[in-house]
Design a binder for this molecule. Structure first.
Ligand SMILES: [Zn+2]
Length: 299
């Protein structure tokens, strides 16, 4: 077995000592993660959905860099990015203060409900999957159900670790090999969305702010907040981007994401959704975004 082979994710090199861990659908990782060698230690971006996937992520990061993982950055509070965090005991877990607060509210409630009602949720997800008319939508729904099933099969052992270093402002780590910037420009996908940027390599780990070829879920803030956030993201001038879901992208994908947030308010007002956005994956998310943008514009 290759050093980077495991059931949960595929490893793709982005630069010397910088890797994307790309989630395999339905195996329990759900969200992508980043691995960054700093020199005598390594930093991981996001912890994936299950403890087993988180453990494989840490083991891969330590094997590939021949150094311990000293830092874990959580980009936002969604379960698919944080529930694997218990595999990072001994590392310093970093997030925006607001992200840590929301994770503390949400994770225990979600886990308690999952222990009580997980079996019924799987039946509901199965029914939702059967109801999808589009084969592509059904495949995506099936992967999501499989990710939940994997989590529920180890639910008694899920005990996420919470961030210990809570950021009020930007934070920079100067490693022996490279510099890592941890930046929060505001809320778009959640109350607080953090990105991780490598200025020397021009690589951006964008959490769920930038997705490649699929609709990003817009659930927070107002159109002018989105433009502010995206102006800052675009100013970083990254050449490569890893979003929380989907493949590795380029600067082109960041500019498309900026245009997406810019035009979303117009689409919500009735303008037709142009290509390439009209063909992006996760069409249900587009409908939810349009509904959200309509109410956000009225605020
Ligand atoms: Zn996500």
């Amino acid at each position: 077995m290759q050093a980077d082979e495991n059931p949960f994710f595929r490893v793709e090199p982005l630069a010397d000592g910088v890797f994307a861990a790309l989630a395999k659908p339905g195996e329990g990782a759900w969200a992508n993660a980043g691995i960054i060698a700093l020199g005598r230690s390594a930093l991981v971006v996001d912890a994936m959905f299950t403890p087993a996937a988180g453990a494989a992520l840490r083991a891969t990061a330590e094997r590939m860099n021949q150094s311990p993982v000293r830092w874990l950055v959580l980009t936002h509070r969604d379960h698919d990015h944080v529930l694997g965090s218990q595999a990072f005991r001994g590392a310093t877990i970093i997030s925006a203060r607001r992200t840590a607060e929301r994770m503390r509210d949400r994770a225990p409630a979600f886990l308690a409900a999952a222990r009580r009602e997980g079996g019924r949720w799987l039946l509901d997800l199965d029914a939702a999957e059967q109801a999808q008319v589009d084969a592509h939508d059904r495949t995506r729904q099936a992967a999501m159900r499989a990710d939940y099933r994997t989590l529920f099969s180890q639910i008694e052992d899920v005990a996420p670790l919470f961030p210990a270093l809570l950021l009020e402002e930007d934070f920079t780590i100067h490693g022996q090999r490279r510099t890592v910037q941890i930046l929060s420009f505001g809320g778009v996908h959640t109350e607080s969305d953090t990105v991780v940027y490598l200025p020397g390599e021009r690589i951006l780990f964008s959490g769920d702010l930038v997705q490649v070829g699929l609709h990003p879920a817009v659930r927070h803030g107002r159109p002018r907040d989105w433009l502010h956030v995206f102006g800052r993201v675009a100013d970083l001038e990254a050449d490569l981007v890893l979003g929380g879901h989907g493949p590795v992208g380029t600067r082109e994908d960041i500019l498309l994401a900026e245009r997406y947030y810019y035009e979303l308010a117009e689409w919500a007002g009735g303008a037709p959704v142009p290509e390439p956005f009209a063909s992006w994956d996760a069409p249900q998310t587009l409908l939810e975004n349009l509904r959200y943008a309509q109410t956000a514009a009225a605020r």
